[in-house]
Design a protein around this ligand. Structure first.
Ligand SMILES: NC(=O)c1ccc[n+]([C@@H]2O[C@H](COP(=O)([O-])OP(=O)(O)OC[C@H]3O[C@@H](n4cnc5c(N)ncnc54)[C@H](OP(=O)(O)O)[C@@H]3O)[C@@H](O)[C@H]2O)c1
Length: 219
């Protein structure tokens, strides 16, 4: 068995692969039916993971709100190198609903962080002050978390893709066009030749109301 947890990247975008307007507005791009499917996907994974940028922008709860509710909520993990997650955020304040983990790279900030109740902290730094995706996945696996649902944002998605750590992409696409001033689903990868671009195989396609869902497998 692999020493790291597997990663499904979920992206909900406009037709032109944008996840937010230039003013930061991102709710809601896809339809209620597509969002309901995304909640089901959360419930099918052991953990949901986002970058701290998403926590600061959207204050998400990240629970799986299916009908009926899942027997067990996925663990909710934030990649947050400097422990910038507000203790009063909906995520950090909801440990009674399910486990919350802050994956960080700054033991000093962690030691002085105040106001967190029941939040777990994983030191998984890369030695340069940033959360190391590979270390985060190793730690997750060691804690019995085998399947991670990565929900962005664009910067964290880019880091996992650049490190070759995304196994599957579930790409919801709404029939709207936002334009190049919108926030890209995947931040800069800095490629300098086409042969370096990762390749993906379409494994399924589905219409969900007016939206589409493409499932892509690394390959
Ligand atoms: N439509 C969608 O599907 C969707 C989903 C999610 C988010 N969004 C939108 O996306 C926006 C937020 O995206 P974002 O790209 O700004 O933020 P993000 O990817 O959520 O978070 C980026 C932050 O994560 C932290 N981080 C920790 N380790 C990292 C690593 N190895 N690589 C990269 N980042 C790491 C960094 O802060 P530190 O250096 O302090 O750790 C970084 O600034 C919001 O507007 C939100 O609404 C849309």
């Amino acid at each position: 068995m692999s020493s790291r947890a597997s990663v499904t990247l979920k992206i909900a975008t406009s037709l032109d692969a944008r996840i937010a307007l230039s003013n930061g507005t991102s709710q809601w791009i896809t339809s209620p039916q597509a969002r309901a499917r995304a909640h089901q996907m959360r419930a099918e994974h052991d953990a949901v993971l986002v970058g701290v940028g998403t926590v600061l922008a959207d204050d998400p709860l990240l629970t799986a709100r299916t009908v009926p509710l899942p027997k067990r909520q996925p663990v909710r993990i934030v990649a947050d190198s400097q422990v910038r997650t507000p203790p009063a955020s909906r995520l950090a304040a909801s440990t009674a609903t399910g486990r919350v983990v802050i994956a960080h790279a700054d033991p000093q900030r962690r030691a002085t962080a105040k106001g967190f109740q029941g939040v777990d902290f994983w030191p998984v730094g890369d030695g340069h002050g940033r959360v190391a995706p590979q270390e985060l996945l190793r730690r997750a696996r060691a804690e019995g978390i085998n399947r991670i649902f990565l929900e962005g944002g664009g910067q964290l998605a880019a880091s996992f893709l650049a490190a070759g750590l995304v196994d599957r992409i579930e790409w919801f696409r709404a029939p709207i066009i936002i334009g190049g001033d919108g926030l890209p689903a995947i931040a800069a990868l800095g490629l300098d030749k086409m042969s370096s671009a990762s390749r993906w195989q379409l494994s399924a396609y589905e219409r969900i109301g007016d939206d589409s869902l493409e499932s892509w497998i690394s390959g």
